[in-house]
Every structure is written in C-alpha cells, then in structure tokens.
Design a protein around this ligand. Structure first.
Ligand code: GAR
Length: 187
C-alpha cells in the first residue's frame, strides 16, 4: 500500500497528534506523517514528533509569514493531507483555497452545534445531555465544512468542563483515525 503523505498542524498538547502517529504506524493506515508544524513555541505536542523522529518545525510568526513558510514546506514535502489537531490559529481564505479539499480539522462539539471556542462550558451551561466531537473538511467559513465523522458522549450531572474534555478527547482519538481511513477508503 502506497501511503499518502500527511502533515499535522498543532498549537498545544498534541494528544490528537500522538494518536494519529500511533495509527499511522499500522501497515494498512492510509497516511504517514511527514511533517508536524506548531505555531506555538512551547507546544508540548512537538515532543511527540521528536519522539517518533518525524520532521517538525515551530513557526511562531504572524499569519502571513506562518502561511508563507508552511505553504512552501507542504509543497516541498508533497503533502496530500493536512490535519489540524488542536491548531488554534484561523487560516486565511487564500491558504484554505490553495489546499481545498485536503485540509481536515477536529472540533470538540457535535457540529453544527457549538462552533468556536469554550465548547465545554457552553454545552454545560445550556444543560445539554450529549456532546462530542466532529472531524470535518476545512472550508473558508469557520467550523462549517463537510462533516466526515462525529462521535457522541453523554453528559453526566457531575461533569465539569475538564471531565467532559477528557471524555470527549477519548472519542476524538478514535474519530480522527476513522475519518482519515474514510477519506481514503474506496467510495
Ligand atoms: C482538542 O480537544 C481539539 O478538539 C480542540 O483542541 C484540543 C487539542 O488537544 N480543538 C479546537 O478547539 C479547535 N477549535 P490536543 O492538542 O491534545 O490534540
């Protein structure tokens, strides 16, 4: 199997990155990670790239410079799929248009509900009974592209935002790998 070439953009702890790396080591997983880019100097996630000897770079610049360098690297490394995994910078319309159809993101809610930030606090204060995560294609409008996979978790009365985040993240790790497999499965 000829694997596609993926890049992962991160900003923080990188636990989704770790999960994608682990999955990518299976012989029948459709992608290998060829590059990790962090826009934050101290993103812990970069350590997973180091640990697994994956080329990585920190681009702690304004959006224009970040995107200029990132675009060059994505083209040089012939990247087929760009995975946003806890990447907290909003990409420009131009950048998204350049790689359209090849950028996916994981969002901590059941889209189209709760786009944007602080999803766990909002879900709890609205008294929702369920929440979850969504992997979707990235379109120019924030958190709005075609949905690939959703995973649901139920909310307990004593769930705090932190507890809920942990529960949702367990589902995120499964959702991301299911989504990547789905993209490359034959129709
Ligand atoms: C994940 O829970 C992801 O859903 C969220 O950031 C977390 C990153 O965790 N993404 C967003 O909020 C994007 N709007 P990680 O760095 O440990 O993978």
């Amino acid at each position: 199997m000829v694997k596609k070439r993926a890049c992962v953009f991160i900003s923080g702890s990188g636990t989704n990155l770790r999960s994608i790396i682990k999955n990518s080591r299976e012989y029948n997983f459709p992608v290998n990670i060829k590059l990790v880019i962090s826009n934050q100097k101290h993103a812990d996630g970069i350590n997973f790239a180091k640990k697994f000897s994956i080329p990585h770079i920190i681009l702690n610049y304004n959006r224009t410079k970040f995107e200029k360098i990132a675009t060059k690297l994505l083209l040089e490394k012939k990247i087929n799929l760009l995975c946003l995994a806890g990447f907290m910078k909003v990409l420009s319309k131009k950048f998204i248009r350049n790689f359209k159809g090849n950028i996916i993101n994981i969002h901590p809610s059941l889209l189209p509900k709760y786009k944007g930030l602080n999803t766990f606090n909002r879900v709890l204060s609205d008294g929702e009974k369920n929440t979850g995560c969504t992997v979707h294609f990235v379109e120019e409008k924030l958190d709005s592209g075609k949905i690939i996979v959703k995973k649901r978790v139920s909310i307990n009365k004593d769930d705090s935002p932190e507890k809920l985040k942990k529960k949702v993240q367990i589902e995120e790790y499964k959702a991301y790998s299911i989504a990547i497999r789905k993209i490359y499965s034959k129709n």
